[in-house]
Design a protein around this ligand. Structure first.
Ligand code: NDP
Ligand code: GDR
Length: 343
């Protein structure tokens, strides 16, 4: 019988790649869907015949217990979150509820459905739980590169909430024997990345500028440095973590550092444009407390999981620019056909 996986955040970037990866491995995949007529569910239409859906929200304990009870998953991937860091200064309480307390609620759902108590489990195979922890927990970094042993110093309410999610996962492992791990993943991007994140904001703007539909791109801190990889590679690491004999936390990243300015230059180059002609600084986009630099030491994931990234940063930015150029050209052609036929 095939294994069953329950994914929260299935309508997001990582959820879609993970669902595809698990389906290819023969899993039955269930996605937790939030809200009434969630508009982002339609993005999964190409997988609609293979996926199953269950209603639920990380803000609602009962819905999570019902979802876990209905699906009876072998593996739960908790990817659901409010993932845009600046929003966490504007709606700190909401972000803490979803990204922090939401983890506790999902762990409780697993504990209750599995019948786990302090004294041990109910016997049988334990549900394996993956928590989407983040390099934002390192924040103001104590050392470079950052490994599983690096001290956390989160710099945003988002990072603080993720740190709570990280520790409560460890605590349920130690208190109740929940088979839970956290993947401390560094930034990962793709053509499916939300338009608010800097790499996609850049690739979308490059496509519009190339087609003459836009002239300027406004950005915040060009000096921020990140370790950016390809989302398709990172979901493989999530799955590998749940296939280990013992639960343990892993750092996942490429080990390469690039600035936002590098991202801009590579993306504009890929379209044959000069970034200096188009990029302007908007000081309102600079964050109240910035994470200046991040770089992963993924030695442990490479050794123990056999994980390696397959896409480098130039390939990643080029892939995103090319995808957005194709999409923008299709939309322009369609608009031209519509206007030509309108009379
Ligand atoms: P996205 O923003 O693309 O997706 C977030 C998902 O969370 C969406 O499916 C959204 O669903 C869901 N969600 C939001 N609120 C709730 C809620 N109350 N209950 C249930 N689901 C909810 O994020 P990514 O795919 O990029 O990231 C996946 C996870 O990994 C997140 O937890 C993120 O914080 C974390 N992470 C991401 C990294 C990255 O670089 N991408 C790096 C490190 C960690 P809806 O359609 O309902 O809005
Ligand atoms: P991040 O990603 O905050 O690292 O969180 P984001 O792409 O938003 O920012 C990366 C860096 O770019 C700088 N920056 C800008 N960022 C945005 N969004 N828009 C701008 O105009 C801009 N100009 C400069 C930022 O200041 C920052 O330093 C992502 C999310 O996916 C989190 O959920 C995840 O946990 C972390 O990655 C790891």
């Amino acid at each position: 019988m095939s294994r069953r996986a329950l994914i929260t955040g299935i309508t997001g970037q990582d959820g879609s790649y993970l669902a595809e990866h698990l389906l290819a491995q023969g899993y039955q995949v269930w996605g937790l869907i939030r809200g009434q007529a969630n508009p982002r569910k339609s993005r999964l239409s190409r997988l609609a015949t293979d996926l199953s859906f269950v209603d639920g929200d990380l803000m609602d304990q009962g819905s999570l217990v019902s979802a876990v009870d209905l699906v009876q998953p072998h593996e739960v991937y908790n990817l659901g979150a409010i993932s845009f860091v600046p929003m966490s200064w504007q709606q700190a309480e909401l972000v803490t509820e979803v990204n922090g307390m939401g983890v506790l609620r999902m762990l409780e759902a697993i504990r209750i459905v599995s019948g786990l108590h302090g004294s041990g489990g109910s016997g049988g195979e334990r549900i394996r739980f993956y928590q989407a922890s983040s390099s934002e927990m390192f924040g103001k970094v104590a050392e470079t590169p950052q490994s599983e042993r690096t001290t956390f110093h989160p710099r945003s309410p988002y990072g603080v909430a993720k740190t709570y999610g990280h520790y409560i996962t460890q605590n349920y492992r130690e208190s109740y024997g929940v088979w839970g791990v956290s993947g401390i993943l560094f930034n990962h991007e793709s053509p499916r990345r939300g338009a608010e994140f800097v790499t996609r904001k850049i690739s979308l703007a490059v496509a519009q500028i190339k087609l003459g539909l836009q002239d300027k791109l406004y950005l915040g801190n060009l000096d921020a440095v990140r370790d950016w990889g390809f989302a398709g590679d990172y979901v493989r690491a999530m799955h590998l973590m749940l296939q280990q004999d013992e639960p343990s936390d892993y750092v996942v990243g490429t080990g390469r550092m690039h600035s936002v300015r590098d991202a801009v230059r590579i993306a504009f180059d890929a379209a044959g444009l000069h970034w200096e002609d188009h990029v302007e600084i908007d000081p309102t986009l600079v964050r109240p407390a910035e994470v200046e630099t991040l770089c992963a030491d993924s030695g442990r994931a490479r050794r123990e999981l056999g994980w390696e990234p397959s896409v480098d940063f130039t390939e990643l930015m080029t892939m995103m620019v090319e995808a957005d150029l194709r999409q923008a050209s299709r939309e322009r052609d369609y608009a031209e056909v519509l206007s030509a036929s309108s009379w």
